[in-house]
Design a protein around this ligand. Sequence first.
Ligand SMILES: Nc1ncnc2c1ncn2[C@@H]1O[C@H](COP(=O)(O)OP(=O)(O)O)[C@@H](O)[C@H]1O
Ligand SMILES: [Mg+2]
Length: 318
Amino acid sequence: MAIHLSEVSFAYDVPKRRKYPIVWSLKDIHLQIELKDEMIAFVGHTGSGKSTLVQLLNALLYPTKGRVEIKDQKESFLLEKKFKHQEQIEETKKYRKWLRKPIPVKFKLKSLRKKIGLVFQFPEYQIFEETVLKDIMFGPKNFSVSSEDALKRAQEIANIMGITDLLDQSPFTLSGGQMRKVAIAGILASNPDVLILDEPTVGLDPKTKADLLQFLVELKNKFHKTIILITHDMDVVAQYIERVIVLKQGNIMYDGSKVDLFKQKDIIESCHLDYPTIVSMMMYVQEKLNLPSLNVYQYHIDDAMRELERCLGDHHES
Ligand SMILES: Nc1ncnc2c1ncn2[C@@H]1O[C@H](COP(=O)(O)OP(=O)(O)O)[C@@H](O)[C@H]1O
Ligand SMILES: [Mg+2]
């Protein structure tokens, strides 16, 4: 299975009249995600287009222009708006009309959303049933799982998420963190191949946060799921992520390994990213003790300790 975006641009609104400029939330995005057991992070400043981009990945939003294709061995889902005429250039009336034209959808949205589950940045937007239990069961039931199996699945997931005591409550009495867990459980219950979580750790206490991330790692390893996270937390990136995609003002500025990302000072600064705590500490030590040979790019505390010992050992001997 693969997700492939080419030349994708997105605007929430394309004004009819040309005196109003088009505000592009995403510009000419090229992105290829091969679905394998991998954890990928989208990072970037607020407003850079992360939430918009992930909503294009499960067709909650359609591209204003360009092509989104999701394929596996059995099915292919294509949303495309491509130029037919060369004269459709930026500022003609015809071009605006073409941009505003809805995209025909030739596949079942439901079957795409069963494969690719998205937990919104604001979970209250996706919770609407009377009780937490009904809410978690909604997804599987909607995807034609029997009520009995949906109940079993909901109870299992609630157990993992530590929310069994909330099952009979109204979702609207919950705290932000509890609501987030319910939203995540709801999506997990449908057992998607790809799980996209938009800032899932915001508002969670440290223990729940660690449990959730560990659970996602297990989903990836045991059930070969692809996990896509939006996060501001570079410690999460350092600890759990291999591939990082950095957005800035609707453009992809970087797509590659976390190891290379943190070596690129210009991108870190221009995209307002932080360094992971361990890397910052290593940089501090490097500067204070003047240790040019210290390799500051360490992502686990044990590795950092070893590197410090190695370097300080050398330092004392010299
Ligand atoms: N529903 C919406 N209507 C109009 N503009 C929006 C909407 N949602 C987001 N935007 C705009 O799109 C841009 C990207 O936003 P978003 O994808 O939410 O960024 P991020 O998730 O990285 O913070 C921002 O300029 C934002 O103001
Ligand atoms: Mg967002």
